[in-house]
Each structure stands twice: as structure tokens, then as C-alpha cells.
Ligand binder design. Structure first.
Ligand code: M6R
Length: 366
């Protein structure tokens, strides 16, 4: 059942090229420059006329929501707010009939997310679901939706659900951008073509596995760990930290790299591993200066870099290479090494990787 892998989590990490492809198959028609998703087409006016999109989710799905916020705002220029479902449901939020609420959930059974949906519906909002489990409570409770095609996710730590959520949300953001005319045709087409290449690029990122195992051996006993990223990779840093804490029980924090100066930098000394997501893109120079600041305080730097990067290589203690994509879609690729790193650290520490202590696969009580 684990298909020759030691754990479901590892199997699910390696399934990502396939399930990402399954998720865009039939929806992404890059040669025609089209995106076709029934749930969006049928409700296109609601999205286009939305004054605001509110995303409600928990855990890893909330991180996917943050990536979606950046994509929808940049591509389609619609204001987005991302809410923890548990906070949203209890704080008497302002919801109007011209708001669109997107609920994201792998299981489709998360109690807080379900309650947030019910509240949004009561207030007259249109509610769209992004779920993995077909026929789940959330998929039934929402007005419309789009499934991720990740297949069953058994490991408690979410992996393939996250990258397929980003895939669906990228399709939505691009479709809305096209409808609103907010993105240049060349940027739009480039993202379509790059999305189609993501499965092979994820496959390429997986080739760093042996190197990541060696890095895991060096840092497996660290009591703390920081994850830093900027832009679309800030949510990826949060997700990397969540993955490490949940399966290895190492205390980890994710931050936008520039926030380091506002507090976390005080933690950095020669015992602190800092994982920095540093692809050669928009924020590259800024991230390089963040890396220099860490180095000046003797922090141990593990950097995720674009293939062939030389500058960061000279500064970091370890580099993990990955292929480049568009700024937005690199978030999918950068997730892969972080999943593998947590996995190996957890295995080396002898924890129950697929069934970490105190956690359940779906949180059906609040
Ligand atoms: O099924 P959902 O996506 O609604 O679940 C949300 C969270 O409970 C879930 O992502 C949790 O944080 C995972 N264990 C993270 O790996």
C-alpha cells in the first residue's frame, strides 16, 4: 500500500509530479491560451464583480491560501484577505453579499472551516470550495468548487494536498486575470506554459533527495530552526516550519525574511540552522543581504537556490538547487526540498512520521 516507500509521507511527496498534472489536466489548455474550470466559468460574474475575496482555511491549507492571496492580487487585482477559519467564525466578521469566500480544505471535514462557510452563507456571500476529498462535507456545503486531484493523502503531514491546492488556486487566479484584463497576454501565457512544466520541475527538485538527507543528518539534533522567504515564498517558509515541527518535534518558525530584523535575529547564533528560500528572482538581492546578516551572526545557512547559483553558494553552509519558474509558481517547487528535509529529520529522530503524536488527519472538532 505504501508502494515500496517506507512511509506514506514519502510516497505522497514523490507522487507530486503526477498529481499536479492530474490537477491541471483538462483545465489548462496552454496551446489555446485557455483555462477551463466549470466551477469558475459557471460563476465567473460573481468572481469578476467581487469587491473582495476572503479565503478561510486552517494549517497547511491556510498557507496555500496565503500563496493564493499573492497570486489573485497580483494577477487579477482583486483584494484578498486570508483568515484562519477558527478566528473568522468567532469574530463577527464583516461579510457582504458581494464578497466571494474561498474555503480551502484537503479533507473537506475541518470543523472550523465548515463553520466559517456556514457563517459566510448566512451573510449572503458566494462560497467556493477547494477540496481534495470528493463528496466531503465542505464540498457539499459550498455553492461551487474545484477539486484538487491529489488522491488519498494518508500521512498526517500534508504534502501533495498543498502543492495541488496551489495548482488549482493558480489556475483560478490566472482565469480571473484573463477575465479582468489585468495581466499582460505575455505574462499570462508564460504562466500557463510554466504551470504545464511544473511536474517535470518538481521531479527535478526531487533529485536533490540524497543531498537533503546528508543535510538532515547534520542538523537532526537542533532544538530550533528558522525558515525565511519573501514574496510568494514567504508562505512556503511557514509551511516548511509547520512540516518540521509537526513530524520531527523540533521547534521551528517561519518568517518573511525581512522581519528577521524585528526580533528573530536575536535567536541567531552558531547553533541556529536557518533555511532561506533564495531563488534568482525579484527579491534575490534582498534575500542575499538577509543571508549576509545571518552569516555575520554565525547562523548556519541552508539555502534553496536556483540551479547554477554562485553568489549564495559562496555564503551558505549548504545549498539545495531547484529549477526556476515564474515568481509565483516557484512556490510549488520550493516546497519540495522542505518536505524532504522534514521527512528525513523526522526519520532520523525516530518519530512516527505518518502519525505524529497529538495530531489527527482531519480536525473534526474545534
Ligand atoms: O483537511 P484540511 O486541509 O482542512 O486540514 C487543515 C489542517 O488541519 C491541516 O493542513 C494540518 O495543518 C496538517 N496536519 C498540516 O500538515
Amino acid at each position: 500500500e505504501k508502494g515500496g516507500y517506507d512511509h506514506f509521507m514519502l510516497k505522497e511527496i514523490y507522487e507530486q509530479p503526477q498529481v499536479i498534472r492530474d490537477t491541471f489536466r483538462g483545465r489548462l489548455l496552454s496551446d489555446q491560451g485557455l483555462i477551463k474550470m466549470a466551477g469558475i466559468e459557471d460563476n465567473l460574474n460573481k468572481f469578476i464583480n467581487a469587491k473582495r475575496i476572503i479565503i478561510a482555511a486552517c494549517g497547511t491549507s491556510w498557507h496555500a491560501g496565503l500563496v493564493a492571496e499573492y497570486m489573485i492580487e497580483e494577477f487579477a487585482r482583486i483584494p484578498v484577505e486570508v483568515e484562519y477559519a477558527s478566528e473568522f467564525r468567532y469574530r463577527n466578521p464583516i461579510i457582504n453579499a458581494d464578497d466571494v469566500v474561498i474555503a480551502i480544505s484537503q479533507s473537506g471535514e475541518t470543523a472550523d472551516t465548515l463553520a466559517a462557510i456556514k457563517l459566510a452563507k448566512e451573510k449572503g456571500a458566494f462560497v467556493f470550495g477547494v477540496c481534495n476529498v470528493v463528496g466531503s462535507s465542505i464540498s457539499r456545503e459550498t455553492h461551487a468548487g474545484a477539486y484538487t486531484h491529489a488522491g488519498p493523502e494518508i500521512g498526517v503531514a500534508s504534502t501533495k494536498a498543498f502543492t495541488t491546492q496551489i495548482t488549482v488556486l493558480a489556475l483560478i487566479a490566472l482565469r480571473l486575470a484573463k477575465a479582468k484584463g489585468t495581466m499582460s497576454q505575455s505574462d499570462y501565457l508564460r504562466n500557463l506554459i510554466e504551470l504545464e512544466l511544473i511536474p517535470e520541475k518538481v521531479q527535478e527538485a526531487l533529485l536533490e533527495n540524497d543531498k537533503i538527507l546528508e543535510i538532515a543528518k547534520i542538523y537532526k539534533d537542533a532544538p530550533n530552526c528558522l525558515f525565511l522567504g519573501r514574496g510568494f515564498n514567504f508562505p512556503v517558509a511557514l509551511e516548511g516550519a509547520l512540516k518540521l515541527k509537526e513530524i520531527s518535534y523540533i521547534h521551528a518558525e517561519g518568517y518573511p525574511a525581512a522581519e528577521m530584523k524585528h526580533g528573530p535575529i536575536a535567536l541567531i547564533d552558531e547553533n541556529m540552522p536557518v533555511i532561506v528560500i533564495a531563488p534568482q528572482q525579484n527579491h534575490y538581492d534582498k534575500v542575499v543581504s538577509n543571508i549576509q546578516e545571518i552569516k555575520a551572526r554565525s547562523g548556519k545557512i541552508i539555502a534553496l537556490v536556483s540551479k547554477g547559483d554562485e553568489q549564495v553558494k559562496n555564503l551558505a553552509d549548504h545549498i539545495i538547487e531547484m529549477p526556476n519558474s515564474t515568481e509565483a509558481l516557484t512556490s510549488i517547487i520550493a516546497t519540495i526540498p522542505l518536505q524532504l528535509l522534514s521527512y528525513h529529520v523526522a526519520v532520523l529522530r525516530g518519530t512516527n512520521v505518518d502519525q505524529p503524536r497529538n495530531l489527527a488527519k482531519s480536525v473534526t472538532v474545534e
